[in-house]
Structure formats: C-alpha cells, structure tokens
Ligand binder design. Structure first.
Ligand code: HEM
Length: 133
C-alpha cells in the first residue's frame, strides 16, 4: 500500500506541475511577446503537455500493476478523461508547431489563445473526472 501511494503521489506531483506549465506557460506567452521569451515558453508548454500525457498514463499503469486492471470508470468520468487526452494530444501538436514553424505574429497569438483554452478545458475536465469517478 505504501509503495502504491508513493507511486500515485510522485505521479501526481509531475501531473500538477505539468498542469501549471501548460496553463501558466500559455498565459505568460500571451502577455510576454518578446521572441526569446516566446521560444522558451513554447518549450515549457510542450514539455508540460508531454508530462501530462506520460504521468496520466502512469496513473493507469500503477493501477494496472497493483490491481491487474484499469480503474472502472464510465459515463461522465470516461468522457472527461477522453477530453483530457484529446487536449493533451492537440496541445502537444500546437506547442510543437510554435517551436518548429515560423508563424506570422497573428497566427502565433491565436495558437497561444487556443493552447490556453485547451489547458483550461483539461483542467476543468480533471475536476469532473475526479468527482465522477
Ligand atoms: C493523457 C492525458 C491525461 C490523462 C490520461 C490524465 C489522467 C489523470 C488521472 C487518472 C488522474 C487521477 C484522477 C482521480 O483522482 O480520480 C488525474 C488527475 C488530475 N489531472 Fe490529469 N490526465 C491527463 C491530462 C491532464 C491535463 C492536460 C491536465 C491539466 C492541464 C490534467 C490535470 C489534472 C489534475 C489537476 C488532476 C488532479 C485532480 C484532483 O485530484 O482534484 N490532467 N489525471
């Protein structure tokens, strides 16, 4: 039980900081327009989305390791998890685009707005997943 709780807690630490990175990073990028800052923030946000997907999967892996099956969730909780996973996939792609493609000023700003929205949506879905599972 100790090992399992430690595993969940360590994973949750990564997951919480990842959430801060994706939402906070996009918010900072909207306010802080200098090119070097934008590049740094894009890297932080990309790493944040990757951390969310990896730590989210680790939650499932820990449950599978200890119980031999994934948590039994359905309905609203399953929909919330699906939304989070979709946000992570889209967010990762968009953040990578900010780094590897030279976008015009307006498209770059629009992408940051979408990234912020995806982060906010994922964070809201996390609350739904937590209380409907
Ligand atoms: C592949 C994507 C993701 C997966 C598989 C995933 C999975 C999970 C799981 C299994 C939990 C524990 C749920 C529970 O306590 O019942 C969790 C919690 C949480 N997730 Fe995610 N997650 C993902 C992406 C995200 C993203 C993108 C965010 C935010 C930007 C996020 C924010 C949170 C937060 C804040 C919690 C803690 C909720 C609480 O206990 O109140 N997750 N996630």
């Amino acid at each position: 039980m100790g090992g399992q709780n430690l595993g969940y807690a360590a994973t949750q630490i990564v997951h919480n900081f990842g959430a801060v990175a994706v939402v906070g990073g996009a918010a900072c990028a909207l306010a802080w327009r200098e090119a070097a800052a934008q590049r740094g923030l894009a890297r932080i946000v990309l790493a944040g989305w990757a951390a969310q997907a990896a730590s989210g999967a680790t939650f499932g892996a820990i449950s599978f390791y200890y119980y031999g099956k994934f948590p039994d969730i359905h309905g609203v909780a399953m929909a919330a998890l699906f939304v989070k996973m979709s946000c992570a996939a889209l967010g990762f792609i968009l953040a990578a685009r900010q780094i590897f493609f030279h976008l015009p000023e307006t498209s770059g700003r629009h992408a940051w707005l979408v990234l912020f929205g995806l982060g906010a949506l994922a964070l809201s879905s996390a609350a739904v997943l937590r209380w409907f599972s």
